[in-house]
Design a protein around this ligand. Sequence first.
Ligand code: AHG
Ligand code: MN
Ligand code: MN
Ligand code: MN
Length: 336
Amino acid sequence: MQIGTTVGEFIIRQQADFPHATGELSSLLSSIELAAKIVNREINRAGLSHHILGSMGQTNVQGEEQQKLDWYANEQFKLALAARGEVCGLASEEEEDFVAFDPLQGRHSKYVVLIDPLDGSSNIDVNVSVGTLFSIYRRLTPVNTPVQLDDFLQSGRAQVAAGYIIYGSSTMLVYSTGRGVNGFTLDPSLGSFCLSHPQMQIPTQGRIYSINEGNYLKFPAGVKQYLKYCQAIENDEGRPYTARYIGSLVADVHRNLLKGGIYLYPAGSNAPQGKLRLLYECNPLALLIEQAGGLATDGQTPILDLPPQALHQRTPFYAGSRDMVLRLQGLLAEHG
Ligand code: AHG
Ligand code: MN
Ligand code: MN
Ligand code: MN
């Protein structure tokens, strides 16, 4: 696949490898791409259009202050996904319950989508990278029946596709359909996402650790031990490692995916199960990281094997370069 391939062409070529593919997943991915461009346009000029900056003046179901762009992005993805008919329902970080889409005439919508429409939203007002995360599943209940909660509560292994958009110094779309991870950079002059990072692989060992160390006193003992290891001076092993934490999960994981590193959001930081949401944040990133050769766990169990019980369920999240995650898991097993 040569550089210059647009994401649209890429999706069609991949689909050609599946003789029975109907094109529905391709169409769904195109809806996400379109919504991403609309959200990107708004984020790019957020500093100029102050009506879009700042808080909605209300909290969302997560107990967080909802930003205007959280809401705007949620609406754009919802509209784009509802318009084409491949998706029968959506669950979002910004919505208390899942949203069932009205069936379109003659369409047998067989997919559900889960999204974090704007990740790192507290960073918008200060012009720091933010993202969108998405996760796609085949519904479990029969087509043309009302979509049910169980359709959304599937373990991450069942994802048909997942990805993120990072609105950074460049805007990128990174996704996987379970056959590797590919990254596409938006060429603003063309308005197209072009293949720039084919078959991404995360180094098995890195030198970056990413954690909100302000919560140090509440970390499990194993995490404290791991931080001590990262900070120890062992020149021949390249330690101390480098601390990098943007506070936008997508941006922190994207950097570590490219350079090698580990991202940690432990339990106990500000909630017994940590902060990050299993269905909207951890599952899509875990699929990408595993597909790129890394690991993503809750400290013991692969994220993708966790059985979800509720839409807004949280989980500890440790993800990145394989050898780093394995060492951390060893320390968690030893020290708790
Ligand atoms: P969101 O903006 O979608 O609510 O996600 C916020 C998440 C994630 O983006 C980020 O990495 C993490 O919260 C930061 O949490 P802390 O401020 O507790 O470090
Ligand atoms: Mn939020
Ligand atoms: Mn988020
Ligand atoms: Mn969000």
